[in-house]
Design a protein around this ligand. Structure first.
Ligand SMILES: [Zn+2]
Length: 144
C-alpha cells in the first residue's frame, strides 16, 4: 500500500527559504532561527519551524507578518504550505515557550519596574506610560 507523502515538496521549500536567510542556526528538530529579512534585524529574531504535517511556520518576534518576511525572501506563502495540508487546522502555540519568554522578558521587566514605582507612590511620566503601552502591545503580539 502506497502512502502519499507531503514531505518532499515542503522539505524543498524549507531549504529554499533557509537559503534566502542570514545567520540561520538550527535550534532543535526542524527548528531554526535566523535574521529576519523584513526589518533591520541585528540579532536573529525570526523563528522557523517545520511541523509534522510538513507546514513551515515562521514568526518574527519583532512583529513582521509571515507575508512580509516571505515576500522579502523572494518566495510566496504558497511555497510554505503544501497544498495537501492547506485545509488542516491552524496550530496553537507553535513555538516553544522559551522562545516567547525570551521575547517578553524585557517587556515584563519594564512593567514590573513601573508597578514598583506606582507602589512606592512615584508617579509615572508620559514617556513611562507610552513605554508601558508599547510593552503591553509587544507582550500581546507574542500570544498570536
Ligand atoms: Zn522582522
Amino acid at each position: 500500500m502506497q502512502v502519499k507523502a507531503n514531505y518532499t515538496s515542503s522539505g524543498e521549500s524549507l531549504a529554499l527559504l533557509l537559503n534566502q536567510l542570514q545567520k540561520v542556526k538550527q535550534t532543535g528538530h526542524d527548528q531554526y532561527i535566523a535574521i529576519c529579512p523584513s526589518h533591520n534585524d541585528k540579532n536573529p529574531s525570526l523563528a522557523i519551524r517545520q511541523t509534522n504535517e510538513g507546514k513551515i511556520l515562521i514568526k518574527c518576534f519583532a512583529g513582521c507578518s509571515a507575508y512580509e518576511i516571505v515576500s522579502t525572501a523572494g518566495l510566496s506563502l504558497n511555497d510554505l504550505f503544501p497544498k495537501e495540508s492547506s485545509h488542516s487546522q491552524p496550530i496553537r502555540n507553535p513555538f516553544p515557550a522559551t522562545a516567547v519568554l525570551r521575547c517578553i522578558q524585557t517587556e515584563a521587566l519594564i512593567v514590573a519596574v513601573a508597578a514598583l514605582n506606582i507602589a512606592k507612590g512615584i508617579s509615572l511620566t508620559q514617556q513611562d506610560l507610552d513605554r508601558l503601552v508599547l510593552a503591553a502591545s509587544r507582550i500581546g503580539a507574542c500570544y498570536d
